[in-house]
Ligand binder design. Structure first.
Ligand code: PGA
Length: 251
């Protein structure tokens, strides 16, 4: 079964509401009429609702950049799944390496977030990836498998069908140092093999695995030509309307 490519923009902690709405409108215009691929943008929480309103009625999907695991309560700084849905999000990024590295989120916490998202009907993008030290130590596969095993703990097959995985080597994020298409493909194939141990092979074959880490207009085509790369998660270049338009229109 063919996998519909997903081009996702992660705006991180950038853009005020007016800037976000302007960029969202440009992304919607650039995505018009494209039926063979999906486009998603993840604005900061403060712009989520404004962006969702701006792209309403278009094919562009809106995502949160993280999500709390309780419905409500005394959890200062967290945003719950129902709150994300209420703001207009359909998807959510979980376990981004900046959450793991800068804010100390571990696999157990990420698993809680992922299951909460799924329980409330948000489609999660689970991010995995090794640091440079881990790659150089030869532990890329071990680290990625552990992140998948713990992150996907108790995720049912039906839920897995709605889950997207993003492979983002930490050393490639925001560094301008993209993984080569061979390096990326190797890990993507490994991730799919791990998924087919956890789930049925046909299901593993349907899961979209995105690559993230310095994706640009210049390298998107060769990455997307790899058999197990089903989309990209773009940081820096997604903030530039022209660059992201070119990425959306990968060939
Ligand atoms: P980058 O970020 O494209 O700026 O490297 C990717 C990401 O963090 O998702």
């Amino acid at each position: 079964m063919p996998r519909t490519p997903l081009i996702a923009g992660n705006w991180k902690m950038y853009l005020n509401r007016a800037e976000a709405v302007r960029l969202a409108a440009a992304v919607a215009a650039a995505s018009q009429g494209l039926t063979d691929r999906e486009v998603m943008i993840a604005p900061p929480f403060t712009a989520l609702n404004a962006v969702a309103e701006a792209v309403r009625g278009t094919a562009v999907k809106v995502a949160g950049q993280n999500v709390g695991w309780e419905k409500e309560g005394a959890f200062t700084g967290e945003v719950s799944p129902p709150m994300l849905l209420d703001a207009g999000a359909e998807m959510v990024i979980i376990g981004h390496s900046e959450r793991r590295q800068v804010f100390g989120e571990d696999n157990a916490m990420i698993s809680l977030r992922l299951r909460a998202a799924l329980q409330h009907g948000l489609a999660p993008i689970l991010c995995v990836g090794e640091t440079l030290t881990e790659r150089e130590a030869g532990s890329t596969f071990t680290v990625v498998e552990e992140q998948l095993a713990q992150g996907l703990a108790d995720v049912t097959a039906a839920q897995m069908g709605k889950t997207v995985i993003a492979y983002e080597p930490v050393w490639a994020i925001g560094t301008g140092k993209t993984a080569s298409k061979e390096q990326a493909q190797e890990v993507h194939a490994f991730i799919r093999a791990v998924l087919s141990r956890f789930y049925e092979k046909t299901l593993a074959g349907r899961v979209r695995i995105l690559y993230g880490g310095s994706v640009k207009a210049e390298n998107v085509d060769s990455l997307m030509a790899q058999p197990d790369i089903d989309g990209v998660l773009v940081g820096g270049a997604s903030l530039n309307a022209k660059a992201f338009e070119r990425i959306i229109h990968f060939t």
